[in-house]
Design a protein around this ligand. Structure first.
Ligand SMILES: [Zn+2]
Length: 406
């Protein structure tokens, strides 16, 4: 894994001065520090020059049954609604992204976690087909003129996943794949189908008792489980996102709410792929409620040492508790932001170059026990919080607390 946040080359000499200055900045009182603006979405301002960025609005697919589009292979699993910044370094990927931007078409994001054996003929890992992927649209892009690596133009884009899809064929030579859009099932609640209008204002228990007597169905099967699971998610996620903003997201529907939680909670790629493969929103919400309710500590995935408590997770943008960020080497990191971390050690000097959080300087952190890369410490001399951590999902293992009950 590329460990450097902002740089895939050696840091300039003299950056170590930042380290010496740190203690001085730490002593600045909180009153004169400015709050880091967490009401803004992730802008990826390190990637785009906002004056030259062009936004393409394409949001449709022809309504025949199967489609063919260009694909991009990515290391993560992305769910609908989730955004992904890209700035590839490999010439083939740069050329592919440029062609996608110029075609003004949608694109398929194929997760490499589903890749099977290596195919030397195509110099790539073959995908296990069929596989589940997402259709994405380009929300921002920028093609910079001037000589870059391999004499090519530098291409950066931000994509947003919009639909789940099933990929059934791949054309490696043209980087295109055949796919169908997957359906989304949400079971209507028994109560909403059977409750007479005059009982709409009754208490949930009284409504359930009436429905149960009307259709001769047990009380436990009358309650709307999707509703219950949404309430569990709101209860457990409110400390991080605020109840009001969670209810706002839920007001857009249970389907986008479920995907929003899947994009914003700490899930590993297997858990996320399982949620993406699920056609039923009811089942997806139940699985999410199970994940969110059980986890209370997070460990190093390599050696198992405890790194932080989920109570220490903080939000550094209005989008959520982390997100996807790309470094100058083209490597995308999926981060969760945390106020404090135990059992880590620093690696290398600190830097402000290509920083994902404007106004902060970053420093690489490694596991104190196994020396695996964990993420970055961010510190600032004028912003609040004065210090926080961006931890990469790949290095984290959520630890469930089996004693906790709802
Ligand atoms: Zn470790």
């Amino acid at each position: 894994m590329d460990e450097s946040e902002g740089s895939d080359f050696e840091l300039a000499e003299g950056e170590e001065e930042d380290v010496a200055e740190e203690s001085e900045h730490e002593s600045l009182p909180d009153e004169i520090r400015q709050d880091f603006d967490i009401s803004e979405p992730r802008s990826h301002s390190y990637l785009f020059n906002e004056d030259t960025v062009e936004v393409i609005n394409i949001d449709f697919l022809p309504d025949d049954k199967s489609h063919t589009l260009r694909y991009i292979r990515i290391e993560q699993v992305i769910v609908p609604g989730e955004r992904l910044p890209l700035s590839p370094r490999c010439p083939f990927s740069m050329q592919n992204l440029q062609k996608i931007i110029e075609s003004k078409q949608l694109v398929i994001l194929l997760s490499n976690t589903r890749a099977a054996e290596y195919d030397p003929h195509h110099n790539a890992h073959v995908m296990q087909l069929p596989c589940i992927a997402v259709v994405a649209k380009i929300t921002k892009h920028q093609i910079e003129n001037g000589p870059h690596a391999f004499g090519m133009k530098r291409v950066s884009a931000e994509l947003c996943a919009i639909h789940r899809c099933k990929v059934f064929s791949m054309d490696f030579a043209n980087r295109k794949c055949g796919f169908t859009i997957l359906p989304e099932y949400l079971r209507p609640s028994v109560m909403s189908l059977t409750l007479p209008n005059y009982a709409l204002s009754w208490s949930p228990a009284k409504k359930a008792a009436l429905c149960s007597s009307l259709i001769n169905y047990p009380m436990c099967a009358i309650y709307d489980l999707a509703e219950k699971h949404c309430e569990i998610l709101i209860k457990h996620l409110s400390p991080w996102f605020g109840e009001k903003s969670l209810r706002n997201i839920l007001s857009m529907g249970k389907v986008p709410f479920g995907f929003w939680v899947a994009a914003n909670f700490m899930l590993n790629t297997d858990q996320k792929y399982e949620l993406l493969s699920e056609d039923s929103t009811d089942v997806r919400l139940a699985q999410l409620a199970e994940h969110v309710r059980k986890v209370n500590r997070v460990a190093c995935t390599n050696c198992g040492i405890i790194l932080f408590k989920t109570a220490d997770i903080i939000r550094m943008s209005c989008d959520g508790i982390g997100g996807n960020y790309v470094n100058p080497g083209g490597v995308v990191h999926n981060l969760v932001t945390v106020s404090q971390v135990d059992n880590f050690q620093y690696r290398g000097p600190s830097s402000t170059e290509f920083c994902w959080f404007p106004g902060y300087r970053w420093k690489i952190i490694m596991c104190a026990r196994c020396d695996d890369h964990l993420g970055w410490e961010y510190s600032s001399d004028h912003l609040k919080p004065r210090r926080f951590f961006g931890m990469t999902f790949g290095s984290l293992k959520p630890i469930p607390d089996l004693t906790e009950e709802d």
